[in-house]
Ligand binder design. Structure first.
Ligand SMILES: *Cc1c(COP(=O)(O)O)cnc(C)c1O
Length: 377
């Protein structure tokens, strides 16, 4: 049996080597490393895949979130609502720009931002909400967009883990993750569902004026060369990363199906185990399983992780500390106990290996390992 990894990028590469290598060779042959035709080609292919008017490729997902906030013209002191149970980047860029992150709790079942909690923290200073489609499943966007509309707030979707997950609105419309709010942000970090071989990211929007502003900000705030209209940043997807992504994009739906297959296997294997709560699936969203994150009930997580490690089964905790308890985000506004759901989740979640290359032998081994380890504790 091949060694089990959380993510197996090498075996994935072996299946698409000819396309990836040819694309990279083409970039090198043209030496068009920055803003080359490969970048616009990938951009157009992704626009078509998502059904969105504009994709603006940038250097990474964190930059995408930062540029989104800048493009919306938010000013120091403006409040931005974000979930406390997420990867740090979501709130980091808010703080970095001198905006005020207003953290809220999440839903205990699907791990995404709590709609009731949003309502309670809206003030006249609130300007935006940043839902995170955590682990590959969309937040409850229909309710969230209604609140945003009611209070005139921007919605910036953190779709770094959810590319390709369609949202099913009650009127029958289907919209891709990241294409519902004013701006959506994604990451092409290697381990993401659509990952490159370095850093990469993108913003999505259907608004022409906003797209122009985003492009300009990502390029030193200039539209005409050496004329700087606003303070910008330097954030680009380079052509070699675009080459990898353009080779992988046609595989994305297959990658998603493979992840869903793994999740279905885990779900049925743990269905009768009283110590494991498998990830909830909501009716209004696809789940593309960036992570397969289960909740443990009455199991010593540290001991389980150790028992799994002894069997060479990796398992990770996403995320062990919610943002309101992180040193960098310490604030007199928050203390332990303020967000009980996030704190509960941080203490009991465990993510199992999830990628496109898990074979049946590995899956059987993982499931047996988890069930036997729990029994032995
Ligand atoms: C990965 C990730 C980011 C940041 O993306 P980078 O490309 O690593 O900067 C932001 N938010 C979430 C939820 C992520 O998973």
């Amino acid at each position: 049996m091949e060694k089990i990894q959380m993510v197996d990028l090498h075996r994935q590469y072996e299946r698409i080597k000819p396309q990836v290598d040819a694309n990279i060779a083409e970039v090198i042959a043209t030496t068009s490393f920055i803003k080359g035709p490969m970048v616009s080609q990938f951009q157009q292919h992704l626009e078509a895949y998502l059904g969105v008017k504009h994709v603006i490729p940038v250097g990474n997902g964190t930059d995408a979130l930062q540029i989104a906030l800048m493009a919306l013209g938010l000013k120091p002191g403006d409040e931005v609502i974000a979930p406390t149970f997420t990867f740090v980047a979501t709130a980091e860029v808010v703080a970095l720009l001198g905006l005020t992150p207003v953290l809220v709790d999440v839903d205990p079942d699907d791990f995404t931002i709590s709609i009731e909690a949003i309502r309670k923290v809206i003030t006249p200073k609130t300007k935006a909400i940043v839902p995170v489609h955590l682990f590959g499943q969309n937040a409850n966007m229909e309710s969230l967009l209604a609140i945003a509309k009611e209070h005139n707030l921007y919605v910036i979707e953190d779709a770094c883990q959810s590319i390709g997950a369609a949202y099913h609105f009650s009127d029958g419309r289907q919209v891709m993750s990241g294409c519902m709010g004013e701006i959506g942000c994604t990451s092409f970090f290697p381990s993401k569902n659509l990952g490159c071989y370095g850093d990469g990211g993108a913003l999505f929007t259907n608004d022409d004026a906003l797209a122009e502003r985003i492009r300009s900000i990502a390029n030193h705030g200039m539209q005409v060369r050496y004329h700087h209209d606003h303070v910008g940043v330097n954030s680009r997807l380079d052509s070699i990363q675009a080459a990898v992504l353009d080779a992988k994009l046609p595989e994305l739906n297959d990658y998603i199906a493979r992840r869903q297959g793994v999740a279905a296997y885990y779900d049925s294997a743990f269905a009768n185990c009283p110590y494991v709560v498998v990830p909830a699936r909501v009716s209004y969203s696809d789940h593309v399983y960036h992570q397969y994150t289960m909740k443990l009930k009455g199991v010593d997580r540290t001991a389980l992780q150790k028992a799994l490690q002894e069997r060479d089964i990796p398992a990770m905790i996403y995320y062990p500390i919610p943002l309101h308890l992180q040193k960098a985000y310490e604030d007199s506004r928050y203390q332990a106990g303020d967000f009980p759901v996030a704190e509960m989740l941080s203490s009991c979640v465990l993510s199992l290996p999830m990628h496109t290359e898990l074979d049946s032998e590995q899956l059987a081994y993982i499931v047996k390992g988890v069930l036997q380890s729990i029994e032995s504790l």
